[in-house]
Design a protein around this ligand. Structure first.
Ligand code: ADP
Ligand code: GN1
Ligand code: MG
Length: 354
């Protein structure tokens, strides 16, 4: 691995001599390496083309968005250009990019290590939405089509379920039944986008906690990273998915389902932070659907993991055969618990909105 990556590095304009190359991080999609040189530190990533079909469009999106954020005085990813001045290289059908390593930061895998940071996390995503509100979302490429189109995700899930082996269907019977029994609950956000009661904006679309770096010393958010899915979407996609990640508590692949908790303190703190930046930018329908969007993005993630289990783990990185099944269990159990707590979540939103 290290030799292959080292030989690619000569294509990028980085400073210093290479000291070390190591696999880095816990992303489910790209292959990420940390590069230390005598002058600086970098990230090299192989972009997963199974997930992202249009690398040029994706890198162009990231360039637009990071420039916009930085022009407004905020921190974001720095793309290290290739020696030819491009944003990425292609070698035999594999695509690579280099980023500056954002130093002196901590990346949390779950909120259990960082509960007190919920307000800051909410403010960071509120700020992210706010800073990008004047970018015309239709100028960005769709890096994954229908990424949070839950009714379409459900159809894809159903196709995979129908063609899965008998033994897989049996082992995942309870989870699959839950998803199928709730099929009439998946369309509210897509309907709102069509009707215009929900607006399209530039959104992150993958705001899970390990896509945020916190400053080691000040504990402030240093940068929102993993910008591959930044494209046109609904604010509700990001609000919903952020809490999916936060309420997962332990890790997405924990077998201990007792840790999955609709944590009202985290919800209130994060929403206070988020709404401190975004209170005036949300429509009435968007505000009304905040609790529902948490359920929606959670069950959607559950169906995506289970679909991948049925298809033989072709999308998410896995460590063992049933990894995606285990991940889907946490998400479906959490979705069930969110539904039971919708009234209290709505009450908290009303309280913050005044
Ligand atoms: P994936 O799409 O596979 O999730 P990410 O872009 O999220 O890939 O990168 C995986 C991990 O690598 C992140 O969770 C973070 O820990 C680390 N990482 C990525 N980019 C940087 C960066 N510029 N500086 C420091 N750490 C980074
Ligand atoms: C993936 O890339 P990563 O690990 O940050 C996925 C998200 C899922 C998440 C679940 C491009 O996020 O949509 O919610 O896993 N990203 C993509 O952990 O599919
Ligand atoms: Mg990531």
């Amino acid at each position: 691995m290290a030799n292959r990556i080292t030989s690619l590095l000569k294509n990028f304009k980085f400073a210093g001599n290479i000291i070390s190359v190591e696999s880095f991080g816990n992303g489910h999609i790209n292959s990420t390496y940390r590069i230390v040189t005598s002058e600086d530190e970098y990230i090299l990533q192989e972009i997963n083309v199974n997930a992202f079909k249009d690398v040029a469009g994706l890198m162009n999106n990231i360039e637009i968005v990071t420039k916009h954020i930085k022009n407004k005085g905020n921190n974001s990813l720095d793309i290290i250009p290739t020696v030819e001045g491009k944003l990425y290289i292609e070698v035999n059908g594999h695509f690579y990019r280099m980023l500056r390593f954002i130093k002196d930061t901590v990346c949390y895998e779950s909120i259990k290590e960082s509960r007190s940071l919920a307000f800051k996390l909410g403010s960071a995503f509120g700020n992210f939405h706010h800073l990008l509100a004047d970018v015309n979302a239709s100028t960005l490429s769709d890096t994954i089509k229908d990424f949070h189109n839950t009714p379409k995700r459900f159809q894809d899930f159903l196709d995979a379920y129908k063609s899965a082996s008998f033994s897989k269907r049996l082992i995942a019977e309870q989870e699959a039944s839950y998803i199928i029994n709730h099929k009439d609950t998946y369309s509210k956000v897509m309907d709102g986008l069509k009707e215009g009661t929900i607006k399209s904006h530039v959104t992150h679309n993958d705001p899970k906690i390990n896509n945020v770096l916190f400053d080691k010393t000040t504990h402030e958010v240093s940068a929102v990273i993993d910008l591959d899915t930044v494209m046109s979407g609904s604010f509700l996609f990001d609000i919903g998915d952020a809490f999916r990640s936060l309420f997962t508590g332990e890790n997405e692949d924990s077998k201990d389902l007792t840790k999955l908790k609709v944590d009202f303190v985290i919800f209130k703190e994060y929403m206070k932070g988020y709404l401190s930046k975004m209170k005036d930018d949300l429509t009435k329908r968007e505000i009304e659907l905040i609790p529902y969007s948490i359920y929606l993005l959670t069950i959607e993630c559950g169906m995506r993991f289970l679909e991948d289990y049925f298809r033989g783990n072709v999308y998410f990185k896995v460590d063992y055969d049933e990894h995606n099944l285990i991940r889907s269990r946490t998400q479906i159990t959490l979705a069930e618990r969110i539904l039971l707590n919708m009234n209290e979540l709505s009450r908290i939103v009303d309280e913050i909105m005044g």
